[in-house]
Write a protein that binds this ligand. Structure first.
Ligand code: ADP
Length: 765
């Protein structure tokens, strides 16, 4: 008997398993490598002990090694089950307690086999078997052996069940590997069952180690070929599951091969089972369905889409990306669908958009409030902007009336034209909660059906306007209530603090606008009253003054009898003063009419030559009286200008009178010449001139430069202001060029009379 070849035979599975155990040890950072390595180590131990039992030529030795090999045998079942749990991604089951429960029977059974001599429950009899070319044992199996067999098979069958389940669930790329693992697990089971049923091979007393060695080779092949350990499905799945994106792998037919835990959430659908089913039918109820269908319509080309949809808890955003998957040979194998949650970004963009909208509205309202001159205009602009851009369906503003108990709705603007309450009054008796807002200065939210709006009139108003809720904001200025700002919504909604702050800001703008425009209106009214009063007074003064001057003239003409010589001079002074007074009254009357907007002027083609000659004839005596020389320089064939001859004479007289007043020596010249589409009429003097700082302001009403001349000759300071306005009413301009000590030149630029202006036009300021 030479056992060496048989020892070598048994060492083959021992070496194979040991090599795989070492390999698994190196890969131990993968979860499956642990139980796989231990399984291989148990097989290596089993085969080694068996080889030693064959090598030993004594009965005691053979018996000892045969018993010791069970140290590996009893562990094969539990370890295979643990490996299957890890492989099937069910490692959560393999808790420490569970592992103790699994190993405990193995330990007890190993103790039982080692102590068989004392109880014979494992093997009831042991005898040398010399039928083989080496010494082996012929045993009668006892009850504990069958307990061990049953326990091992229970574990192994559970493990195989898990392998089969994994194989069926595995995505295509792992399917071959899973099949190899299942076949590998079946081989020793089939062989062992045959062995236990009595199938004998002469050369081998127990084929199980060989069969397990075959399993090991299968797994080794799976390890090399499909990288069982390095790219283990579990590790892959862990990465896959822990990805923040939703990932779906679809095969060529669009059937789900793999889906991670985030994908259903992002797809917003949760069917019972994804894997193995057609993707497009599963996402029927997903809000992403239309975009997904578009993206998947050409699954072999990369595509991406951004989707936004409103969920129950607000806006959601998902970015869909499709990447086709190709085999090594470049043929299309399926697609990878990646879903990225962009909700945060979308919501941030939405918030930014709202903020921008709010700022735009505030800006629009601020512009309206600073530009408008009437309360109604401002309120209308603000309410329209709110309804157009914000989430409110109706905006109204009620202004408090003088009794403090009534509000008048000055604006009521709805998104779609409905019944308007504009112009209506709300009284404290009818709308108590609303008036409370005004007096307590507390913002109030009235909801239809709410206890606070229990007031039937408010409830009725809300219902009548089709509103579910209304936000009422008090408007007050310097602690005086001025009104209430109402924002209504057709749907019940939560009002954010931002919305309340925006409404308050708009309320403040409205308040400011109301106050400002009220002041403006009051000032306007006062100014008009003042102008009307001035006009009346000047008119009333002029009548008796004209009469005084008339009697003076009759006296001068000695209609009432001859005049003593000494009376003539005071009478002349009286006339002079009367005429000055008449001019002043005329100026004030013109000014007040201009201010009150009651001044009208007829425009017609005017011959400037006759205007200038008339004024020159009237003023010449006064000019010569002051010892000044006087020149009139008119261009030949001056064209007609657009204007009013009487008013032009008034302006020219005023300019020449000023020139006389402020010139002590030298000359006064009147020019007129055509300059393009204008005719320039100038009055030049060599008088005291006007300092630059006064040049712009002398055109203001009642402005006079204080000097000896203005003290000597009294004026109103209205002449230039009225002159400029008159020239402007004729579409012309009045300007000045002056240097102190040199003289001044006042220029009127008047437009040429065109064919259309030859018709008489009435202009009202
Ligand atoms: P009034 O002559 O009644 O004072 P005006 O409006 O005609 O009012 O003139 C305003 C002021 O402009 C005058 O008080 C004077 O100081 C200044 N002014 C007007 N014309 C001249 C001028 N030709 N030379 C110097 N100062 C002038």
């Amino acid at each position: 008997m030479n056992p060496v070849p048989f020892v070598i035979l048994y060492l083959i599975p021992a070496a194979t398993s040991a090599a795989l155990a070492v390999y698994a040890w190196k890969q131990r950072h993968y979860r499956q490598a642990g139980p796989f390595g231990l399984l291989m180590a148990a097989l290596a131990f089993w085969s080694t002990c068996h080889a030693l039992s064959v090598a030993d030529m004594t009965l005691e030795g053979t018996l000892f090694w045969s018993q010791l090999q069970y140290g590996g045998v009893v562990l094969v079942g539990p370890l295979l089950l643990l490996f299957a749990l890890a492989y099937a991604d069910q490692w959560a089951w393999a808790t420490a307690k569970m592992r103790v429960v699994l190993y405990a029977p193995s330990l007890l059974l190993f103790i039982a086999v080692m102590t068989n001599e004392s109880h014979h429950l494992w093997w009831t009899s042991v005898a040398p078997d010399t039928s083989r070319p080496f010494l082996s044992l012929a045993v009668e199996r006892g009850i504990l052996f069958w307990v061990h067999t049953a326990y091992s098979y229970l574990c192994i069958l559970a493990g195989i069940g898990l392998f089969i389940h994994t194989m069926l669930e595995a995505p295509p790329i792992y399917r071959y590997q899973a099949q190899l693992v299942v076949i590998g697990a079946f081989i020793p089971v089939a062989g062992n069952i045959a062995h236990l049923l009595g199938l004998q091979v002469r050369w081998v007393d127990d084929p199980t180690p060989f069969l397990f060695a075959a399993t090991s080779l299968f797994l080794f092949y799976a390890t090399l070929r499909y990288q069982l350990l390095d790219l283990a499905p579990i590790a892959q799945r862990e990465v896959f599951e822990s990805m923040p994106d939703g990932v779906v792998v679809l095969d060529r037919q669009g059937v789900v091969a793999m889906i991670n835990q985030h994908a259903p959430d992002l797809l917003a659908v949760e069917p019972a089972r994804w894997v193995g089913k057609k993707f497009v039918t599963l996402i029927d109820h997903s809000p992403l369905a239309p975009s997904l269908r578009t993206v998947l319509s050409t699954p072999a080309t990369p595509a991406s889409q951004r989707v936004q949809y409103a969920g129950e808890d607000g806006l959601h955003g998902v970015e869909i990306r499709l990447r086709p998957l190709h085999t090594g040979r470049g043929t299309y194998a399926g697609s990878l669908l990646v879903l990225r949650d962009t909700t945060e970004r979308v919501r941030m963009e939405q918030a930014l958009g709202r903020r921008l909208e709010e700022l735009t509205i505030i800006n629009e309202a601020a512009r309206a409030t600073s530009a408008a001159m009437q309360v109604d205009d401002v309120l209308r602009t603000v309410t329209h902007a709110i309804v157009r851009s914000l989430r409110w369906d109706r905006v109204a503003i009620g202004l408090s009336q003088s009794d403090g108990q009534t509000l008048q709705l000055v604006v009521d603007h709805a998104r779609d034209a409905g019944p308007s309450l504009e112009g209506q009054y709300l009284s404290a008796n009818d709308f108590e909660p609303i008036m409370k807002v005004l007096h307590t200065r507390q913002i109030c939210v009235l909801q239809a059906g709410d206890h606070r709006s229990n007031d039937t009139s408010v409830e009725g108003m809300l219902q009548g306007l089709g509103l579910r809720m209304m936000l009422s904001i008090p408007l007050y200025s310097q602690s005086q209530p001025i009104g209430v700002f109402f924002l209504g919504s057709r749907t019940a909604k939560n009002i954010s603090t931002n919305e309340i702050r925006l409404a308050e800001t708009l309320g403040e703008l409205v308040t400011e606008a109301v106050m400002r425009t009220r002041l403006y209106e009051a000032a306007q009214q006062a100014s008009q009253l003042k102008s009307a009063l001035l006009a009346t007074i000047s008119h009333e003064l002029r009548t008796p003054l004209t009469s005084i001057l008339g009697y003076e003239e009759l006296l001068q003409r000695e209609i009432f009898g001859p005049l003593p010589e000494h009376v003539r001079e005071p009478l002349g002074n009286m006339r002079h003063s009367g005429l000055i007074l008449l001019r002043l009254i005329g100026d004030i009357l013109d000014f007040s009419k201009l201010e009150a907007g009651l001044f009208t002027i007829d425009l017609h083609p005017v011959d400037l030559t006759s205007v200038v000659n008339n004024v020159a004839d009237t003023m010449r005596p006064q000019i010569y009286e002051r010892g000044l020389s006087f020149h009139v320089e008119l261009a030949d064939a001056l064209p007609l200008v657009r204007g009013n001859s009487a008013r032009l004479e008034q302006v020219l007289t005023n300019l020449v009178s000023n020139a006389i007043k402020f010139t002590d020596t030298g000359a006064i010249t009147i020019w007129a010449e055509q300059r393009g589409s204008h005719v320039r009429l100038s009055v030049q003097d060599t008088g005291i001139g006007i300092a630059p700082e006064h040049q712009a302001v002398i055109f203001r009403e009642f402005y006079q430069v204080q000097n000896l001349h203005t003290q000597r000759v009294r004026g109103t300071g209205l002449g230039l202001s009225i002159s400029r306005r008159l020239i402007e009413l004729m579409d012309g301009t009045l300007s000045l060029e002056s240097a102190p000590g040199v003289g001044s030149t006042f220029r009127c630029d008047l437009r040429l009379a065109t064919v259309s202006t030859l018709e008489q036009v009435q202009v009202r300021e």
